[in-house]
Design a binder for this molecule. Sequence first.
Ligand code: NAD
Length: 488
Amino acid sequence: MEAVAKQAEVKNYIDGKFVRNGQQSMNVESPLTGEVISNLPLSTYNDVDQAVQAAKKAFPAWSSMTLKERAQIFFRYRGLLEKHMKELSELVQLENGKTFDESRAEVEKSMELCEFAVSLPQIVANEVQEVSRGVECRIERKPLGVVASIAPFNFPNMVPHWTMPNALMLGNTMVMKPSEVVPLSVVRMAELLKEAGLPDGVFNIVNGGKEVVEAICDHPDIEAVSFVGSTPVAKIVYKRATSNLKRCVALGGAKNHLIVLPDADLEMTATNVVASMSGCAGQRCMAASVMVGVDNVQAIIDRMVEYAKTIVPGNNLGSVISKAAKERIEGYIAQAEKDGAKILLDGRGASVPGKEGGYYVGPTIIDYVTTDMSVAREEIFGPVISIIRAKDMDEAIHIENSSNYGNAAAVFTQSGRLAKEIIERASAGMIGVNVGVPVPREPFSFGGWNESKFGVGDITGRSSVEFWTQNKKTTVKWNAGAKTNWMS
Ligand code: NAD
């Protein structure tokens, strides 16, 4: 990207039109430089209500189209994502601060999510069976109505695509609430959906913060709420939405443990662990946060430090999202130092020439962390890894199992037997074997365990079909004379 570009002001998107109704506003900054690039409305219940009314109005026509007809729109939409790949990637980079390559990977993943969505006609072919002579039962998956999706800042393009394509393909209409710090990518999503032929009102955007989320949880005409963000907010949203009798799946934060066994391949392990903790500046819910080194893994740690030195802010490492995030991350590093841990590589005080107003933290490796330290227990969400030394595999698994979170866990080893044991005993929803960021690709579904997810099922893949639909069971008999058993 040549320069940080000013963007048009962000508007809500309701019934196929961009609207701004004089709400209070908030600035949008690019974390690359700290410059203000846009502003967005801080919407209220009234705005959410307008979006819900538009989505309600669009629902009957949209839900009565066939899956195959809806799939045509998503075929075209996926093509538009590909056509505008460079521009969309630059937008992600501008508003989120990650590198161009990371931004591009995000948009590519959005395309894959659309590919899964267009395959739904194959997946949700209905079940039918003759249950008695002349009597047929069948199950059809029906949409719920108006649904909502609430997104975090760290994947401005991809996370909205975790929900939008599947929910819409299955016949629902949607109100989307992007993160107020990265509202720009979702604007382009609406424009490209319209260009692909999506009818007005099927997809709506309401911008803002807490007030919009509360309105979504409270609105009587929203049937289901999906949320992705931090655990404290996931708990609030899950409780509030379900207490208003909506179905809800709420994905929360993470503290992912990578267990490194002494037989692990040195080069592959060192580079994968560092890539996992530093990619997207550590602002991935799948990022490595704790490395549990079993027995003697000193050579791997030495190589990690050497490799991490080649990851340079402003070059192959993006910014973190805000000044507050930089201060929080640096605060954790300072606390670990005070608690007696050893800082092997210190990313505090990073600055990028020409972008001094940006928010950068260099890769940070902290050794001799103990389980009682805050860096061992809390989500840091920055390019920081805490190394805990464990005497054996049982102790390593005990450390992993003690976390309140359970998004991902990984093991690095060359032993299939030991890997299998860790797969069985780790308390996390997504497990990697020699994979530092074990994101399940489509059609496998995405979702953690413990305090990393509240609600039943996962947010993507086949599992999401259950979330976005309800079953209609029909029993049919046309042969009135037939009476052969109790069911007839
Ligand atoms: P966040 O929880 O601060 O915000 C998420 C959404 O909730 C935003 O749209 C925000 O406007 C809204 N919100 C914030 N505070 C609220 C409140 N008090 N009441 C109601 N709504 C509120 O999360 P974030 O900082 O945008 O994103 C980072 C977090 O998201 C990290 O914890 C990360 O692990 C998590 N995350 C999890 C996953 C996953 O799959 N489990 C994926 C991506 C991000």
